[in-house]
Design a protein around this ligand. Sequence first.
Ligand code: ADP
Ligand code: ZN
Length: 249
Amino acid sequence: MKYGALEAGGTKMVCAVGEDDGTILEQISIPTRFPEETIPPIIDYFKGKNISALGIAGFGPLDLDPDSETYGYITATTKPGWSNYNLAGTFSDALKIPIGLDTDVNGSLLGETTYGDSAGLSDVLYITIGTGIGGGILSGGSVVHGMQHPELGHIRMVPHPKDTYRGKCPFHGTCLEGMASGPAIEERWGAKAVTLSGQEEVWELEAYYIGQALADLILTVSPKRIILGGGVMHQTQLFPLIRKAVKKE
Ligand code: ADP
Ligand code: ZN
């Protein structure tokens, strides 16, 4: 059988057609603009592909409560035009096939634990550190949703004693996302994260916050593996620093 997959991101929409074993047969990418410009070409792409279901991993926040009248909607987002947009319903009306929907991070988590290195593990934490920070939790083999979905990028941080930065999060200031996202690094140090590779103090501080968050999450979730993704983690020197920081907590 063939399936459709859509990664609905804030910058781009990645559409793919694949098979049961995870083989991707084809894929395209469409820039994310307003919904009325963005969604019709995606529907056209999937029409005629003979897919039997479509899985969507989307930017949120999403209403994922199956009993809710607005199930499948993007709820209040800062992305212009997308608040209260019926993401799942628009595709199910147009394509008349079953639609699976989850957050972008839960999509990555599911991919990693189905086809990736963590296949077969029952308890896994996935965190992306990019423009924002978000995460997904696989616990006892199931993706944790709770009432809606976790927002673990917004857990509060104890600021480093030497760090005077006020934080980038418009809601909490010094939460994990506020202190450790790509834009937070850029604002704190006055340069793009990618240009700061050689500056040890940048990554020591970054590891301090990521390590603090991971220590809290390890105590809460007890994962067998933690997967760190997102643009900032291209700084691979972070991995040993984070391991050290977690042990220190
Ligand atoms: P998004 O979160 O928007 O989906 P990414 O995961 O690529 O996309 O994250 C983008 C963020 O990651 C930006 O803030 C950027 O500065 C940062 N970033 C991208 N590449 C690197 C890199 N090689 N080193 C450090 N930071 C990076
Ligand atoms: Zn926050």
